[in-house]
Design a protein around this ligand. Structure first.
Ligand code: SAM
Length: 239
């Protein structure tokens, strides 16, 4: 059976009077590269299919927390780019019932509004992957990043449960401005602190295991980060 713990936790958070939290939006982080699991159900009994996504719940203590979806725009599709440069398309009623006006889609807003399904790996290898507002490429996620490579070079087993920097980056860009404070109370190898540093935010990270906290310092030796800090890039999306 599927564990109800995550759902129970969500309900626990939003119904706890002292927490005062609201659920702003649910996100699905879809990762088709995830190995089949839970093993007992998927590989052994073969009676469930692979869990290929992680749920992410954005909660806040107000109904209108600071957030700006124009900072996490998805690059336009090739089709949309063509349409913008052509300047014309078939206006009219669509099968869905939507009425599309003569100029509804002709304004270039710098990108499309993000979806709440975030692709951690290409779902279809032939399809174009459009990462919302992120400074991180798809390949700069796991085994190719500086932290992983440097741990290997120093004979250290890299912290295994690293979150993808792109995911942290999405929420940092979406919900904060440069100079704001980002807190990660369960920091692990401190991907959050690294992303916050890259994007000009202040950060505080808390980690119970000293070994992980020490190991996380390696992230901040990243020459790319040092370059960015000495000559800050435009860390906001090009919207
Ligand atoms: C899933 S991991 C976080 C991984 C992190 N996002 C990363 O990408 O490296 C959760 C971390 O929380 C830490 N942790 C668990 N309970 C804690 C507590 N009460 N206070 C601080 N850290 C805690 C664990 O040691 C573990 O490293």
């Amino acid at each position: 059976m599927q564990s109800l713990l995550p759902l129970q936790s969500l309900l626990g958070f939003v119904s706890h009077q002292d927490a005062g939290l609201r659920l702003c939006q649910q996100f699905i982080c879809h990762n088709p590269a995830r190995l089949p699991s839970p093993t007992q159900w998927v590989n052994v009994k073969r009676c469930r299919v692979t869990d290929s996504y992680t749920q992410l719940w954005w909660m806040a203590i107000s109904d209108e927390p600071k957030a700006d979806n124009s900072k996490v725009l998805r690059p336009y599709s090739k089709k949309m780019q063509k349409l913008l440069s052509r300047g014309t398309y078939n206006a009219g009623k669509r099968p869905s019932g939507h009425k599309i006006g003569q100029s509804s889609f002709l304004k270039n807003n710098g990108g499309a509004i993000s979806h709440n399904v975030l692709e951690m790996e290409p779902i279809n290898p032939d399809a174009e992957v459009r990462i919302p507002g992120s400074a991180f490429s798809l390949s700069n996620t796991t085994s190719t990043d500086f932290f992983h490579a440097e741990c290997k070079a120093r004979g250290i087993t890299p912290y295994p449960a690293r979150i993808q920097p792109r995911l942290v980056d999405f929420f940092v860009q979406f919900l904060t401005d440069p100079g704001d404070l980002v807190l990660d109370p369960f920091a692990g190898s401190n991907v959050t602190g690294y992303v916050a540093e890259r994007t000009g935010r202040q950060w505080v990270s808390i980690e119970a295991e000293e070994e992980y906290a020490k190991q996380s310092c390696i992230r901040f030796e990243d020459p790319e980060l040092k370059k960015l800090i000495s000559a800050p890039e435009d860390t906001e999306s090009d919207s």
